[in-house]
Design a protein around this ligand. Structure first.
Ligand code: GDU
Length: 337
């Protein structure tokens, strides 16, 4: 039987690395991994170099894509994600939108029958604090200044306009190896949060390869479902306890009131029915997080929790805006009277 040639972009990323390992568990896939050459990607992908075709390159440069040929299915995950996407919107546009267009062009020319699976994001729906139950047909209104969401919307359009067969998954909050950053304070504490673990997310893409007809030419919300829902405040409380950081005792105005994203996917079960990708619950996620924290690390965090929290709080842009009475930024982050 002819093997399916799968191209995986962003193979060393949080979702990509899970997808790579899952693809390699099946013997009917020939995997080509495309990624940017960095210290991290080289380290993570080196152990697989005998099992895959490895292409290092920059997706913004069409020349780097020239060796991509005879592909049957594509899992396209290479992207610049927040917070970098917000700090460097032009780079995000080049990689996320133009890079996706470049890849589509290469595939249209050399793999016109390829099935293109695109990873979009829940950020395209914008602020859903008032109305947290999200459906696929809801309007796409990114939050003010959310360059990342804009790049994902444009890339979605490029995918839909392509000559290829395609599917688009709008990923919920993917909780994985992402570092804590200033984004932590951009998200209002009363945000309705539905997570999906990287391995469940990757499984959806991998299972979609064999279920092309069921998901082709459609857009889906991809989340962990009811067992993966929690408020952001409770999520942080649980995470702080796991890391030994004690209570979530940040001052008023540390967290924004608005202009972020996330919510519950009211129609997320549709994708699950098609692809049967969910295995993890929130409890599994927290158990995995707890396993990552050694008792020594937890003890150190416990001893130094005050300076650690002080350091985190220093990164709160909402609090900074409030303290500086920066009218524009206050307006951006808070519901003012
Ligand atoms: O110019 C670039 C920038 C990044 N990458 C690669 O893209 C991947 C991005 O991985 P991250 O861990 O940063 O991203 P995530 O796996 O968390 O992101 C996934 O989920 C996001 C939504 O939550 C987006 O949909 C994104 O496309 C999808 O890969 C990495 O392999 C990175 O090397 C490139 O190939 N070229």
């Amino acid at each position: 039987m002819k093997k399916t040639n799968v191209l995986l972009t962003g193979a060393s990323g949080t979702v990509g690395f899970e997808a790579l390992q899952q693809l390699l568990q099946k013997d009917y896939f020939n995997v080509t991994a495309f990624d940017k050459k960095t210290k991290l990607s080289t380290e993570k992908l080196a152990p697989f170099k005998n099992q895959i075709t490895l292409i290092y390159g920059d997706i913004t440069n069409p020349k780097d894509l020239e060796n991509i040929k005879d592909v049957d299915a594509v899992i396209h995950l290479a992207a610049i994600i927040p917070p970098l996407a917000d700090e460097m919107p032009e780079l995000a546009h080049n990689v996320n939108t133009k890079g996706t267009q470049n890849l589509i062009q290469q595939l249209e020319a050399h793999s016109p029958n390829a099935f293109f699976m695109y990873s979009s994001s829940i950020s395209v729906y914008g602020d859903r604090i008032e109305n947290p139950y999200i459906h696929i047909g809801d309007p796409l209104i990114p939050s003010e200044g959310d360059a990342y969401a804009e790049t994902k919307i444009k890339a979605e359009q490029a995918v839909q306009n392509s000559q290829l067969n395609w599917t688009i998954f709008r990923l919920a909050a993917i909780m994985g190896n992402h570092k804590m950053s200033k984004l932590m304070f951009h998200q209002p504490l009363n945000t309705a949060l539905e997570i999906a673990t990287p391995r469940d997310t990757a499984r959806a893409f991998v299972n979609a390869i064999e279920n092309e007809t069921a998901v082709a030419k459609q857009i889906f919300n991809l989340g962990g479902g009811e067992t993966c829902r929690i408020s952001y405040e409770h999520f942080l409380e649980r995470s702080f306890a796991i890391f030994g950081l004690g209570k979530l005792d940040f001052p008023e105005h540390a967290f924004a009131d608005k202009n972020f994203h996330c919510g519950y996917y009211a129609d997320g079960d549709v994708l699950e029915k098609n692809l049967n990708f969910r295995q993890d619950t929130l409890e599994d996620f927290f158990a995995m997080e707890a396993e990552k924290v050694s008792s020594i690390k937890k003890m150190a965090a416990c001893i130094f929790k005050k300076p650690v929290k002080w350091y985190l709080l220093k990164q709160s842009e909402p609090l900074e805006a409030w303290q500086n009475n920066d009218k524009k930024l206050k307006q951006h982050f808070f519901n003012l009277q």
